[in-house]
Design a protein around this ligand. Sequence first.
Ligand SMILES: Cc1ncc(COP(=O)(O)O)c(C=O)c1O
Length: 406
Amino acid sequence: MTVLNAAQWWAREDLRIDGDRLVFAGRPVADLVRQFGSPTFFYSAKRVLSNAERLHSCFRDAGLEGRSRIHYAMKANRFAPLLTFLKGTGLVGIDACSPNEVEHAIACGFRAEEISFTNTSLSPRDLRRLAGIDGLRINLDSIGAIRSWGTLAPGSRIGIRVNPGLGIGRTSNDKLSYSGDQTTKFGIYREQFDDALEMADRHNLTVDTIHFHCGCGYLTPQLEALDRILEEANWFVRRCPTTRSVNLGGGLGVPHQATDEPLDLHRWASLLVQHFGSTELALEIEPGDYLVKDAGILALSVCGNEVKRRTRFVSVDAGFNVAIEPAMYGLPFEPVPALWRRGPLELVTVVGNINEALDVWATDVPLPSLEEGDCLALINAGAYSSSMASNHCMRGDWKEFLLFDE
Ligand SMILES: Cc1ncc(COP(=O)(O)O)c(C=O)c1O
């Protein structure tokens, strides 16, 4: 089947079709692949910086400068040059979720004081390692973890991750919700909160942070849900008078397809002002996606193009094991050819090189004609791709580069 046009909704100054070539971070993607091969992740330092600056100016415009902090959720992408670059911007600290992540962030230049740790299911070994890192800020999410931490570090300051019992996420994708109707392992619910505070008190721990992270990928249509979450979070804050800061976690999303309405950051910030503006609480966020997702592409090479029954399959030289979000969370990636040939577009299904039925990058997408050896870029591959990649089928041999504008 042929179609006439496809909106390049994703186009922006540093990612666009110039003539017939896809250009990313000032370079034709086809040249990048010629030089570095495929499959390869390319990240744009300039885009990461502008994402961080946009968040900062949004806090400033909302009058929250000086009392807001951004911790980059390094689980989204822990590529060392990227972390080192982020450290150099001076704009963000780190959200880490394992002792190894903390040590990696420190090796990339972050001081322990700049790192906020939040995770679940911590083993005694994890807790001992974390307690040995002076200056690290820790948010605990179970009564057992508070008890263990109290034994290891009595008299210290902690945050408590709470579960407001309300979820949020891109569209109505339940897989992206961390605290919705279904009971989850994350955080302490209202019913246990007094017990958690009592446990902290028993060990002379001061609870100075209320933390919550309710889901991933939310955009403007989900801001009403965020409003209710913030209302609920305030219940926990009011119950804990030693609270000095509220950590809203991550979850700020970026568009994945033409129909996605981008997150209106100013409306987002006005909700923070509405709920916390009259307090003196510091406000912290832990974005992963928002900082790095749209700053990355995965460049692939086309291995085949043929029709089976009524479907035209374009096969490429990497599969879902190197970027698992489309298969695992149903989060679509946009495939864009490095060479945009003129002529009618065709509906194609882009598939990878892994022996699993779910190894499908995109279904029925309108693309110009593609030939063996052509290069295809998957955009929005900057977060939760390389960091979650596996060696399934022993096809884990991808590369990654951080690009600085020439
Ligand atoms: C506790 C916590 N903070 C921050 C994040 C980052 O989320 P996102 O990349 O959606 O901003 C996550 C993601 O799972 C998380 O679990």
